[in-house]
Design a protein around this ligand. Structure first.
Ligand code: ADP
Length: 143
C-alpha cells in the first residue's frame, strides 16, 4: 500500500449534469481525502499539455471542444493506492463498455460520444499524477 495523491477532473458533462457532488461522494465514501479543489476553464495551452498523448489523434479537436464547453472542477485526492483505485471506480474510457456500478458505467454517455463524455479524468500513474497536480494547482492550493 502506498499513500498517493491523484488528479481528477470533473469534465464538462459532469458539471452540466450536476454530477460533481454525487461522484465526489463516491470518492469520500472510499475514505479518500480532498487535498485541493477548484473550478477552472481549460485554455488551449493547458489542454495541449494535458492531452499531449492524444494530440495527433483524429478525435483530439472534438475532445478539446468538449473540454471547453464549460469550466471543469479539478480535485487533488489523497489515499492509499488512490491512483489505481480511482481508475477502477471510474471504469474504462468507453462508458458503453463500463460496468454498472462504475462511475462511467452509471453516469457516462451511452450514445454517440461514449468514449469522450465519460464524466472524469483521473491520473494513470504516479509520475502522471505528480505532473498533473503541478499542472492544475499552484503552490499553496494543495493542502
Ligand atoms: P482515459 O481518460 O480513460 O485515461 P485516454 O487518456 O486514452 O483515456 O484519453 C483521454 C480522453 O480522450 C478520454 O478520457 C476521452 O474523453 C477521450 N477519448 C479517448 N479515446 C477517444 C475516442 N476514440 N473517441 C473520442 N474521444 C476519445
Amino acid at each position: 500500500m502506498a499513500l498517493e495523491t491523484t488528479l481528477i477532473l470533473f469534465k464538462p458533462d459532469a458539471v452540466s449534469k450536476g454530477l460533481v457532488g454525487t461522484v465526489l461522494n463516491r470518492f469520500e465514501k472510499e475514505g479518500f481525502k480532498i487535498r485541493g479543489m477548484k473550478m477552472l476553464y481549460l485554455s488551449d495551452e493547458l489542454l495541449a499539455d494535458h492531452y499531449s498523448h492524444i494530440a495527433d489523434k483524429p478525435f483530439f479537436p472534438s475532445v478539446r471542444d468538449f473540454m471547453q464547453e464549460s469550466p471543469v472542477v479539478a480535485l487533488a485526492l489523497e489515499g492509499e493506492d488512490v491512483i489505481a483505485r480511482v481508475r477502477d471506480l471510474l471504469g474504462p474510457t468507453d462508458s458503453k463498455a463500463a460496468a454498472a456500478g462504475t462511475i462511467r458505467g452509471d453516469f457516462g454517455d451511452k450514445e454517440g460520444d461514449a468514449k469522450m463524455r465519460n464524466v472524469c479524468h483521473a491520473s494513470d500513474g504516479v509520475e502522471a499524477a505528480a505532473a498533473e497536480i503541478k499542472r492544475f494547482f499552484k503552490e499553496g492550493e494543495v493542502f
